[in-house]
Design a protein around this ligand. Structure first.
Ligand code: NAD
Length: 332
């Protein structure tokens, strides 16, 4: 069992604490947040309140740090935790640029600690099933991915909230939801080659942009067409088209409170198959897989080369959104 301290007790930090309350693999035992609500939040969640990050790093009963903090803080916090010999689970995006991601991965490796990232969509059962179908050649050669991850939760945030700030969240919806799709694209299609991205403010007063369309070309030649919108109700949809067939997954709800998924599979010459998947917590599955490898009992489903490939592509997305130009993805 890993004992974790969580840095950041906002929306997602609290979601993780409650999600892990009955886990035998990882339990959040302490919380840190400079906000005035922190002590009360810890009391409500049944965890210890620590005054600052240094207290958690110095506490030998804590072996893992979970980061649910604003994005610009992730790199420094990962490296501090690693230097203190703590495993680190960092919420997405791992970092906002490739150099920071490389330094963070290197710090974890140098100190022999495990690094995990909050890309729970990899752990959804429909995605796992799709991965097996593709690995068995069911769709043939992968030609194209098309995916959308939209939600309107940010419409209720105060307009000075960090998640609406272009420094913390470049390219509008990209760091909120688009990054999950990019992670899945990298996990299925490999390293990205170039990106062309358009972000606009079309349906809200979110001046950082509410509508994103990204076309990513991969080194394999396949395309990913990724879209993310912050001004429309929740939608989650992902399809892969291949030379022998296609498959589409539709999410019934946001991963915060999963209600299940539906996958449609069409293989050439066969009847259309529709599979329904009951709800399960992919957030918990991700943290438990991370804990298993940290405890020497399994292999985490997110290799470090894919963590870096995702952030290299993310950096190209930011640059293309800002310039309107096609941007080459840096080699990792
Ligand atoms: N995996 C997912 O599906 C998912 C969903 C939502 C958010 N997230 C990620 O979780 C992270 C947090 O997002 P959120 O929506 O919870 O934001 P939030 O604003 O609700 O919470 C962030 C909290 O961090 C605290 N904080 C800021 N600086 C801190 C520091 N130095 N030390 C300790 N606490 C600090 C703030 O006071 C705030 O309470 C982000 O990386 C975000 O992208 C992931």
């Amino acid at each position: 069992m890993l004992n974790a301290a969580i840095l950041g007790l906002g929306w997602w930090g609290r979601t993780i604490v409650t999600t892990m309350q009955t886990s035998d693999a990882l339990r959040v035992v302490a919380g840190i947040d400079p906000a005035p609500h922190a002590a009360l939040a810890c009391a409500e969640l049944g965890i210890r309140h620590l005054p600052d990050f240094a207290s958690a790093l110095a506490d030998p009963s804590i072996d893992t740090i979970i980061l649910c903090t604003p994005h610009t803080q992730h790199a420094a916090q990962i490296q501090l935790a690693a230097a203190s010999g703590k495993h680190v689970f960092c919420e997405k995006p791992l970092c906002l640029n490739l150099a920071d991601a490389q330094a963070s991965v290197a710090a974890c490796n140098a100190h022999g600690v495990m690094l995990g990232v909050g890309h729970e969509r990899r752990f959804e059962p429909a995605i796992a099933d799709l991965r097996a179908i593709i690995a068995e050649g069911g769709l043939g050669t992968l030609l194209q991915m098309e995916a959308n991850f939209s939600q309107d939760k940010f419409l209720s945030l105060p307009r000075d909230n960090w998640r609406l700030n272009p420094v913390e969240a470049p390219a509008g919806p990209m760091t909120a939801t688009g990054i999950h799709l990019l992670d899945l694209a990298v996990s299925f299609l490999g390293n990205a080659d170039r990106a062309l991205v358009h972000v606009a403010q079309l349906g809200s007063d979110l001046t950082n942009g509410d509508t994103l369309a990204a076309m990513i070309r991969f080194k394999s030649g396949a395309n990913a067409l990724l879209t993310a919108i912050l001004a429309t109700p929740f939608d989650g949809r992902l399809a892969f088209y291949g030379s022998q067939g296609w498959a589409e997954i539709r999410d019934k709800t946001h991963p915060e409170a999963p209600e299940g998924w539906t996958m449609t599979i069409v293989e050439r010459g066969k009847d259309r198959v529709v599979r329904d998947y009951p709800p399960t917590s992919s957030v918990r599955a991700n943290l438990e897989s991370f804990a298993s490898q940290a405890l020497g009992r399994g292999t985490y489903l997110m290799p470090q080369d894919q963590m870096l490939a995702n952030i290299a592509a993310l950096e190209a997305v930011f640059k293309s959104a800002a310039s309107g130009e096609i941007v080459q993805v840096a080699a990792t």
